[in-house]
Design a binder for this molecule. Structure first.
Ligand code: MRU
Length: 362
């Protein structure tokens, strides 16, 4: 998508195939900082410290990490160890493991001297596939938005949580892809953007993206969603996901579950944009089985922002000595999900539909 009119992606492989360039998302929305990652340690740090974040993007970044490793030591032992090291950077989004395991499946059967070139090819292919998948999700999700637009006058009111935008993927985003496609098709719409404490991916990233694409949006405090839905000000909730189980339980950024509850109570459709790389058919009960990342308490006790003089600073918002907890994701049970928007079409959040969807596709 675009930044100040320029096509921009959050990740690009260096043409020399010796590094990968990423947007350091910690600096947004105040500064656009691009960093060069030239080894596995840098890639892992960028994932763990959330320079790059969002389920599909951390998968793509890790794939390039595997390619960087293959240029240093492409032995079985080295690439298997690197895979485990990268995979452990963040536990919840299954795309990370999915991407790393795909790289291993590609590389391990190959002669060692062919692995470096093959690894870069595979990482490039994975990244480009992500773009195509997200475009397809957008096409399917567009139908939902146009159906609402056809029913009544005025802009379609979409509410989204966290950032499932192009910054979280290689391009287009998942939950934002239908929004961008509707906007491009001239469908009037307005997006309520949950700020998404504690890291404010909505306020800092989704709002920034939508602004650069000219999509009308309003940032709201996380707790505003239920109120807006009660007043009929939300037509559709559209979120991304980090892991979806075989029976359709959806793990996504902390706070998603509360939005799903409010949507259910107010009969607002709650759709999840899900590339099939986020589907984990090895798990059934999301609540019991999905590992939930616990991040630093400092993300809760402190906030970063721009001062009046333009400097970016961090401030403490809690009393000295107060404990803070920071579970980064929650699980929305399948019964609260209206549907999953995949690259192959919209499916019910249930085991029969998901297994049928995947039959013959892997
Ligand atoms: O902790 P983050 O910022 O990596 O969490 C991101 C989310 O929860 C997104 O909603 C999800 O990864 C979908 S991204 C297309």
């Amino acid at each position: 998508m675009r930044v100040s009119g320029q096509p921009t992606r959050p990740i690009r492989a260096a043409p020399e195939r010796d590094a990968v360039w990423v947007i350091d998302q910690r600096a947004l929305p105040h500064r656009l900082v691009v960093e060069r990652l030239a080894d596995v340690a840098a890639v892992r740090r960028a994932i763990a410290d959330m320079w790059v974040r969002g389920a599909p993007l951390i998968g793509a970044t890790a794939a390039y990490g595997m390619a960087l490793q293959a240029g240093v030591d492409a032995s079985d032992a080295a690439i298997v160890q690197t895979a485990a090291h990268l995979q452990s950077a963040r536990p919840t989004a299954v795309n990370l493991a999915w991407a790393v395991q795909r790289m291993l499946r590609k590389l391990l059967p190959m002669p060692q001297d062919e692995r470096q070139a093959a690894a870069w090819d595979e990482a490039d292919a994975l990244a480009e596939e992500d773009v195509a998948v997200n475009q397809a999700i957008g096409r399917h999700g567009l139908a939902l938005i146009t159906a609402i637009a056809a029913r009544r006058p005025g802009p379609v009111q979409v509410l989204t949580h966290c950032n499932a935008g192009w910054l979280a993927t290689v391009d287009w985003g998942t939950a934002t892809s239908p929004v961008y496609q509707a906007h491009a098709a001239g469908v009037p719409l307005h997006v309520w953007v949950d700020e998404t404490r504690p890291r404010n991916q909505g306020a800092g990233l989704t709002a920034w993206e939508l602004g650069h694409e000219g999509v009308v949006h309003t940032v709201v405090a996380d707790n505003a969603g239920g109120h807006l839905m009660q007043r009929g000000q939300v037509d559709l909730v559209l979120v991304g996901c980090d892991r979806v189980t075989a029976r359709g339980d959806v793990c996504n950024k902390i706070g998603t579950y509360l939005k799903a509850l409010a949507a259910f109570d107010n009969r607002v459709p709650f759709y999840v944009a899900m590339p099939t790389s986020t589907l984990d058919l090895t798990l059934a009960d999301g609540l019991a089985e999905i590992p939930i990342e616990e991040r630093s308490a400092r993300e809760v006790t402190h906030l970063a922002g721009r001062l009046a003089d333009g400097r970016v600073a961090e401030v403490q918002i809690t009393p000295d000595g107060s404990a803070a907890a920071n579970p980064a994701f929650d699980v929305t049970p399948a019964r609260l999900v209206s549907g999953l928007i995949t690259e192959h079409g919209i499916v019910d959040a249930d085991e029969t539909a998901l297994r049928a969807l995947m039959l013959g596709r892997r």
